[in-house]
Write a protein that binds this ligand. Structure first.
Ligand SMILES: Cc1cc2nc3c(=O)[nH]c(=O)nc-3n(C[C@H](O)[C@H](O)[C@H](O)COP(=O)(O)O)c2cc1C
Length: 171
């Protein structure tokens, strides 16, 4: 899919078919994640892949019942790894860069999945410590975004946007 077409085609999907995600597609997505920019190229993030049905059900509970997390065959959990950024950037690395690194990586995954004909929705509403336990992450890995990936079982609702004249400030 052409890049701008992928940007336009991406919409949050909250119902997924049983169809598995092909292993090659998952590898392609992860390869794209690993191209994401990061502060100082320190890649202060970690990615956890959740495919087990029981763990996906636990993620639902940790995310206020967001049921589509168990429908999607794959859920990626993006964790900020502050210590990697702290070494070079101190407080700014801890408070900002590692979060940006992790969320840019999640954005790359989201767009790569779209380009491969898959659907996603960014999930930010969850209990971090519960998710950390489910994926068995050390304390140093802070879950900041989850990304269910799968084949859509619904037509996504198209959400409007602010106008550029409201959003953009020329200075
Ligand atoms: C930081 C962030 C957190 C989000 N958290 C959730 C979430 O917990 N659950 C959910 O269903 N959607 C979540 N979303 C998806 C947004 O609701 C969605 O992107 C927005 O409504 C625009 O719709 P679109 O993605 O279809 O363009 C989140 C998106 C972002 C960027």
């Amino acid at each position: 899919m052409e890049f701008f077409d992928a940007l336009k085609a991406r919409h949050s999907v909250r119902a997924y078919a049983d169809t598995p995600v092909e292993a090659e597609k998952l590898v392609q997505i992860l390869d794209m994640v690993n191209l994401a920019p990061s502060a100082g190229n320190l890649q202060a993030f970690e990615v956890y892949i959740v495919t087990r049905a029981d763990q996906r059900s636990e993620l639902v509970a940790a995310a206020s019942g967001q049921d589509f997390l168990k429908q999607a065959p794959v859920v990626l959990v993006f964790c900020a790894h502050a210590a990697r950024s702290e070494k070079k950037y101190g407080k700014r690395g801890i408070e900002l860069y590692c979060l940006q690194d992790a969320t840019i990586a999640c954005t790359y995954a989201m767009l790569a999945a779209t380009a491969l004909g898959l659907s996603t929705v960014w999930v930010g509403a969850f209990n971090e410590s519960e998710v950390g336990c489910i994926i068995d992450a050390p304390q140093a890995h802070r879950p900041v975004a989850m990304l269910p990936i799968g084949y859509a079982a619904e037509e996504p609702r198209i959400r409007g946007r602010r106008s550029l004249s409201d959003l953009v400030h020329r200075v």
